[in-house]
Design a protein around this ligand. Structure first.
Ligand code: NAP
Length: 315
């Protein structure tokens, strides 16, 4: 079997960590990188950069040639309109699947979806991730595939969750959801380990799989704060942000983004995701399919990410 893996989204948080793990495990990696992002990618032994895009079939063919599998990490995570999200998270998936189907032999296909796909009614992002899964499932023919649904992922290089943990580390915990809401979390290296396990597994049942960290049943906001509190000295002040305030901030953000021309993270759809009561994932099916199990608790992941220790001092 070829030892080459094609990866998209390698310049992002998750894709960047994934290529390090793939290279360390002895895989050769071909990474699709957009021309404007070429400077973001480090030249590492075993890594070949394919300059191109999801819209360019020629670059996708070069990416996939000789690859045993493709791991599709590229995705739009910020934006305002359905069109913005669908162009990448639906049409991009279709384009890559079509290119994969023309290869001989066909690579295995792993789509990094999202737990958000479980509730597509909440946001354009969630809807686009669900549609991406549906497109893959309906187009794949005999190609082996998996769509992974991670919950909120954190780790070095993450720009979304890390600021929240940094605030908690300084003694202030912005609480963005309902007190009784529960969320699963996942340390990025556990996600990479799941991908590597899938790559090494014999043909497993194609389908959509959830995954989460060592805490089955997820966390309440209080439990997240208690975990951080155990790793730093001093009291953490809870700062609940009411839904109305978040919605107002999101509306201002969307208007500003339209005026200045950037893709915002906090939108009305993101607020609905943040206020959703149940983002608890379940590892059971994935563990049965490929034998993967998470290694990191929240505290272990934060230790690796923030350099915190149980006593509250930097490692
Ligand atoms: N982070 C999480 O908590 C989380 C949780 C669940 C699922 N996910 C999924 O995991 C994937 C990666 O997320 P991330 O947090 O690593 O996001 P990220 O840091 O924003 O990275 C996104 C990656 O996708 C690439 N990309 C975006 N639009 C593209 C396009 N039109 N064509 C080609 N490449 C494009 C970006 O390339 P450029 O550098 O060129 O912009 C970048 O490499 C996404 O599909 C996301 O939905 C993330």
């Amino acid at each position: 079997m070829s030892r080459t893996i094609a990866v998209t989204g390698a310049t992002g948080f998750i894709g960047g960590m994934l290529i390090k793990h793939l290279l360390a495990a002895g895989w050769c990696v071909k990474a699709l990188v957009r021309p404007r992002s070429a400077s973001k990618i480090k030249h590492l032994p075993g890594l070949e950069t394919i300059i191109g895009s999801l819209q360019d079939d020629e670059s996708l063919n070069r990416l996939l040639q000789g690859a045993a599998a493709v791991v599709h990490c590229a995705g739009a995570v910020r934006g305002v309109t359905a069109t913005e999200f669908n162009a990448v998270n639906v049409e991009g998936v279709k384009q890559l699947v079509r290119a994969a189907l023309t290869q001989s032999p066909r690579p295995k296909f792993l789509l990094l979806s999202s737990l958000a796909a479980r509730a597509p009614e909440l946001s354009y992002y969630a809807s686009s991730k669900r549609q991406g899964e549906v497109a893959l499932a309906s187009m794949a023919e005999d190609m082996e595939w998996m769509a992974l649904r991670p919950p909120a992922v954190y780790g070095p290089g993450d720009k979304e969750l890390l600021p929240l943990f940094q605030w908690m580390g300084r003694g202030i915990a912005p609480v963005l959801g309902e007190a009784e809401a529960r969320v699963s979390l996942l340390y990025v290296e556990d996600l990479c380990a799941a991908v590597l396990r899938w790559l090494d597994s014999e043909r497993c049942q194609s389908g959509v799989y959830e995954l989460n960290d060592t805490q089955a049943g997820g966390y309440s906001w209080d439990e997240i704060i208690a975990n951080v509190s155990a790793m730093r000295s001093g009291h953490i002040i809870r700062l609940p942000l009411p839904a109305a305030l978040l919605r107002s901030l999101a509306a201002v953000n969307v208007t500003t983004a339209r005026l200045i021309g950037y893709a915002p993270m906090l939108t009305p759809g993101k607020v609905r995701e943040l206020r959703h009561p149940d983002w608890v994932a379940d590892n059971t099916a994935l563990t049965a399919a490929i034998g993967w199990q998470p290694s990191f608790s929240l505290q272990a992941g934060l230790r690796r990410t923030m350099g915190w220790t149980e006593s509250g001092s930097a490692a």
